[in-house]
Design a protein around this ligand. Structure first.
Ligand code: SF4
Ligand code: SF4
Length: 240
């Protein structure tokens, strides 16, 4: 049975233990950052930051709210980035865990196309052209461990397990959370392996909290448009 992670943002305190644990496990360097008046640090995901606690300060019903959103790859069940890649030596799925995995061969792919294909705006390219993102800590899972971020979370905001168990846990948590936050919801639970529970309108947490079509930083290319329209057929025909 494939695996899943539940991220209950109502329990997140933005301590960033998950962000640090992810860097530690993957031996990723720190990034030089600038203080832009927000506690979010760094400002975005990168090839060296696979997990980022996004922080938003907002007013909801006359009350100041801090919204925390530990962003990462959702490991989509039918991953658009995988369909876009056309090269299983670069992007493939581990059928046992459900992890969508990127290899060093991603340097032969177009980073803009892969980024635009992702409805959650996750993959990022490094200076050598290799595209990187969260790998679900697939090596840890195969060795009987939980993902590093889940293990590090001190509040229990993140849970890991078999998909069916996590879905049932998510439904139970949602029922409880709705007593306090009637607008609470689960984000795309039938489409992803990393399921978020949010208390308010998802768009307040992140532009890509729920799946979105997006144009990318340089606009959508003809190849991307064709692959988006034709999906698996494009893959078989090796369009692009
Ligand atoms: S969230 Fe984006 S990068 Fe992750 S599997 Fe889905 S499409 Fe691919
Ligand atoms: S599952 Fe692993 S790689 Fe993904 S965000 Fe958590 S620690 Fe990082």
């Amino acid at each position: 049975m494939t695996k899943a992670i539940l991220i209950d943002t109502t329990l997140c305190t933005a301590c960033r233990a998950c962000q640090v644990a992810c860097k530690q496990w993957h031996d990723l360097p720190a990034e030089k950052t600038t203080n832009l008046g927000s506690f979010q640090n760094p400002q975005d995901l990168s090839d060296r930051t696979y997990k980022l606690v996004r922080m938003t300060e907002t007013v909801i019903e006359n009350r100041l709210q801090w919204l925390f959103f530990p962003d990462q790859c959702r490991h989509c069940l039918d991953a658009p980035c995988l369909s876009m890649a056309v090269d299983e030596k670069a992007i493939y799925r581990d059928d046992m865990t459900g992890a969508i995995l990127y290899t060093r061969n991603t340097r032969h792919l177009d980073p803009e196309e892969i980024n635009v294909s992702c409805p959650y705006d996750i993959p990022r390219a490094g200076s050598d052209g290799t595209i990187a993102k969260c790998d679900f800590c697939n090596d840890r899972i195969h060795n009987g461990l939980k993902p590093a971020c889940v293990t590090a979370c001190p509040t229990g905001a993140m849970q890991f397990g078999d998909r069916e168990d996590i879905l049932s846990m998510a439904d139970d948590r949602l029922k409880r959370v709705r007593k306090k936050y009637p607008d609470a919801s689960l984000l795309n639970p039938d489409e992803v392996s990393v399921i978020y529970l949010v208390a308010f309108d998802p768009s307040l947490y992140s532009d890509y909290a729920v799946a979105q079509a997006h144009q990318g930083r340089g606009g959508i290319s003809r190849t991307v448009a064709l692959r988006k329209m034709m999906g698996p057929i494009a893959r078989m025909m090796h369009i692009g």
